[in-house]
Design a binder for this molecule. Structure first.
Ligand code: SR1
Ligand code: MG
Length: 401
């Protein structure tokens, strides 16, 4: 592969001009590096009139670690193709891909600069009235049109093979389902919750449920997933939402995406218990987070089942009894995956600012403890919940400010 990292602004500008005709001949292009993710390099290239594009380049290793953690560059092809599929079925919810250059492992795409990182918005307690609806629609559309309910048998197998993404899946297999449940060197544990973290390592009932969730992640290619749907992969404003960064995409259990984003909303709920600010405002925001989770699930459920009813192409799977059973399974496992996301973000390698921005370690421990408790309950007792309202009632009555 003829790969070359962009070393200078001139190289990057040349690349953009070669791949797009968006900019005028007299454009004065300026480059800024804007990536704050763990894995790739991301740049904004803008002209003097405010027109801009984003360039994302995948290096053959993890950005924050360096060459000591090699990573397949095929992830950038996977990301470009997953963005194009999301763009086909929900164009308002994904950035447009202008060009993908396989040799340079780089995508030129729409700048979604009018939207902000959802994690930052949640930490600032910004209420986004359309967020739950948009996320529910994104999940329903991307899952349905890439599932066996819609694709024919041959298209589906082609999709599974085209989105085989072993390096990125292995990261999730380890960071989600292995490390937090043992004394792993990659874990990062606040001293004040060491006892609670260690209790997980010997909880065989919990580890049994996590094993079931991991087995489905490994072997249940229901639909093309985003597969890293945390709050940092979502950008939003009062009227719009954009889902970015699907480099982990592969065909897996639909509940993994649904649960990952619910887990992130609940991580912020946990953070609000100890973040700075007025207690009434924090408590009102926790209420808004739970309402958003209910809207997200309700939108996902109604849209997914309506799509099966109206456009389902597979007669065996479209039977009412099967669809009801299938939706109940997704609901239950979404709670489990939400729990695994919360646990790995509280004691594993990759923490989140919703908790990390709480400076006082004892106060942060309170929020991390809340996260671990809710998460374990969701994993172990996920089958005891039949609807999202009762999940949210359970959380709000047990964990109020
Ligand atoms: C080394 S990668 C750590 C995490 O960052 C990504 O966004 C994924 O969430 C991954 O688990
Ligand atoms: Mg990412």
């Amino acid at each position: 592969m003829n790969f070359k990292k962009f070393e200078t602004d001139e190289e990057l500008v040349g690349f953009v001009l070669q791949h797009t005709d968006l900019f005028a001949a007299d454009a004065e292009l300026v480059v800024s590096e804007i990536g704050d993710g763990n894995i790739n390099f991301v740049y904004r290239v803008s002209d003097q009139h405010g027109l801009s594009v984003i360039v994302k380049q995948a290096l053959p290793y993890v950005r924050i670690i360096g060459e000591g953690w090699p990573l397949s560059q095929d992830r950038i092809r996977i990301e470009a193709e997953a963005l194009q599929i999301a763009g086909k079925y929900c164009p308002d919810l994904a950035p447009e891909v202008y060009r993908f250059d396989q040799q340079l492992c780089a995508i030129v795409m729409e700048d979604i600069g009018s939207h902000e990182n959802l994690r930052h918005l949640l930490i600032e307690r910004r209420e986004l009235p359309l967020l739950g609806n948009h996320l529910g629609r994104f999940l329903a559309q991307t899952a349905f049109y890439t599932s066996d309910f819609y694709l024919d048998s041959y298209e589906k197998k082609d999709q599974v093979s085209g989105f085989t993404n072993p390096d990125l899946c292995k990261i999730t297999e380890d960071l989600f389902f292995l490390d937090p449940y043992c004394d792993h060197e990659r874990n990062s544990i606040n001293d004040h919750i060491r006892i609670e973290a260690e209790a997980l390592w010997t909880d065989s009932a919990l580890k049994f449920e996590v094993a079931k969730l991991k087995a489905k992640f490994l072997g249940q290619p229901q639909a093309l997933l985003h597969a890293d749907l945390h709050s940092g992969s979502v950008f939003a404003n009062a009227i719009g939402t954009k889902v970015i960064d699907p480099e982990f995409a592969f065909c897996g259990p639909i509940a993994f995406d649904v649960g990952s984003i619910i887990g992130n909303l609940l991580l912020n709920y946990a953070g609000q218990s100890a973040l700075e600010g007025d207690v009434l405002q924090r408590s009102a925001y926790q209420k808004w987070l739970l309402e958003t989770i209910k809207t997200l699930w309700a939108t996902f459920e109604i849209q997914f089942t309506t799509l099966i009813e109206e456009q389902g192409c597979e007669p065996t799977l479209s039977q009412t009894e099967y669809v009801d059973w299938f939706m109940a399974e997704i609901f239950t496992d979404s709670l489990g995956y939400a729990g695994t996301e919360m646990i790995r973000r509280s004691i594993g390698l990759s923490h989140v600012a919703d908790l990390e921005s709480i400076e006082n370690a004892e106060a942060r421990a309170g929020a991390e403890r809340l996260s671990l408790e809710v998460a374990q309950h969701l994993i172990k007792y996920r089958s005891s919940f039949t609807d999202m309202a009762s999940v949210c009632d359970w959380i709000s009555s047990n964990y109020k400010l």
